[in-house]
Design a binder for this molecule. Structure first.
Ligand code: ZN
Length: 425
């Protein structure tokens, strides 16, 4: 095995001289190909952390205590890992999709939709430990080197817009972050992450049996094609009977027993579980809107707002429903509210900007689209910024924006190219 790796690496070394070469995997101790150095690895994670959070729902800001708790558990696991010095960060994302992901350099996220599925802290620690290994063992970096990243979907962006319109929406680095976070891991990476994750649990004082139990639950759920999981955790981290078997064998060897933290976990997630009906109503409203029943969707989203009036996501959805009902003024008020509650979130700015443009409020549209692009650049924002520049007779600026939008793909790029051609004739 080691010889095979060395053989594979030798021509690479010859080709790339001092630039790159073979390195020892920091977790497993095995030699592996290393085209991306540690500084690049860290830079990648640091640059992509915020945009990737935002394309996956943004931060669950209504419950900052929950994020503090997840961070605490995550850091406890990170300290006993094979790369304790990575700049680990942990965040809870505002998404009902049960999923968790890790970017290179230890930038980790877990969705509230997964947190509601756990019974205790040990189960949470097992998932965070698993993600820590993906980051520490450079799994996504390896896949990047091998050109194995596939196009990942971006969830939750639009019921009103068709998939083809949104394809190629994310530009540059933001697209890569989503790919890194949402690409599927192979069985080998999964087994490795399970194995060392369980070792870290034991080291940190958690009952490693929690990891086996959770895998069993996930395997059962995957057989029943449990809604949400199929596109979430199971797409990125596929469960298997092999994983259950290997984990169970390892726990038999190192011994079960340890901290479970059921009471603490229930207490820390009490608020999340209390407001869950609001998110359920939101998700139902989203579904109704996708099916075209805007009036029923409006009633449902109002229900969500009544339960949790400081959740920006609800206003954003209601704004989009008002847009569909040809009520751009009401939409405007809702988008403004969403932006005021979570000003950093690109998607709320994007909707607000696009709606302001339909109302011909050019300065408001420009400001919001520009702010959206500063966090997560999208082709649609560049295209509409070009339209604004045209309306303001700023030909040079319009060309610059249209050129940028034309770098993407799909309908948006086509529209940008057409408008660019008209301007440069
Ligand atoms: Zn995994």
């Amino acid at each position: 095995m080691k010889n095979a790796v060395l053989q594979r690496c030798a021509p690479v070394l010859a080709l790339m001289l001092l630039l790159t070469g073979c390195a020892v995997n920091p977790v497993t101790g095995e030699k592996q190909l290393s085209l991306i150095g540690e500084s690049q690895e860290l830079a990648l994670g640091a640059e992509q952390y915020t945009p990737t959070q935002q394309t996956q729902g943004g931060q669950f800001y209504v419950d900052p205590e929950l994020t503090l708790y997840v961070r605490e558990v995550g850091q406890k696991m990170a300290r006993v890992s094979d790369r304790p010095d990575l700049p680990y960060e942990f965040v809870v994302l505002n998404s009902s999709v049960p999923n968790a992901w890790a970017l290179p350099g230890g930038k980790i996220a877990i969705n509230r939709g997964l947190l509601v599925k756990f019974d205790d802290e040990a189960q949470l620690a097992s998932v965070l430990g698993h993600e820590i290994v993906h980051a520490a063992a450079r799994h996504s970096v390896q896949r990047m080197q091998q050109g194995m990243l596939i196009n990942a979907g971006v969830a939750g962006l639009g019921f009103a817009l068709s998939d083809s319109q949104w394809s190629g929406l994310l530009m540059g680095g933001a697209a890569m972050g989503a790919q890194l976070a949402l690409a599927q891991y192979g069985q080998g990476d999964e087994l490795e992450s399970d194995h060392y994750g369980i070792v870290y649990m034991k080291k940190a004082g958690y009952d490693p049996q929690a990891a086996v139990e959770l895998q069993e639950i996930f395997l059962e759920m995957s057989k029943g094609r449990e809604a949400g999981f199929v596109d979430g955790l199971f797409a990125t981290h596929p469960p298997s009977s092999t994983r259950v078997r290997e984990n169970s064998k390892l726990v038999g060897k190192i011994g079960s027993g340890g901290y479970r933290g059921a009471d603490v976990y229930q207490k820390k997630t009490a608020f999340l579980r209390k407001v869950q009906p609001a998110y359920d109503a939101h998700d139902e409203a989203m579904k109704l809107a996708s099916d075209g029943d805007m009036n029923a969707a409006l009633t449902k989203v109002d229900e969500a707002i009544n339960v949790l009036p400081r959740e920006a996501m609800f206003y954003s959805l209601r704004g989009r429903i008002h847009q569909e009902l040809n009520n751009p003024d009401k939409a405007s008020a809702d988008f403004e509210k969403a932006v005021s509650l979570y000003p950093e979130m690109f998607i709320y700015r994007l909707h607000s900007g696009l709606n302001a443009l339909t109302l011909n409020n050019l300065s408001k549209a420009r400001e919001n689209l520009t702010r959206a692009n500063e966090v997560v650049p999208t082709s649609i924002a560049f295209l509409r910024l070009g339209d604004i520049a045209v309306k303001e007779n700023n030909r040079k600026e319009a060309i610059a924006y249209y050129s940028k939008a034309a770098e993407s793909s799909g309908d948006i790029a086509e529209e940008a190219r057409r408008k660019l051609a008209a301007l440069t004739q």
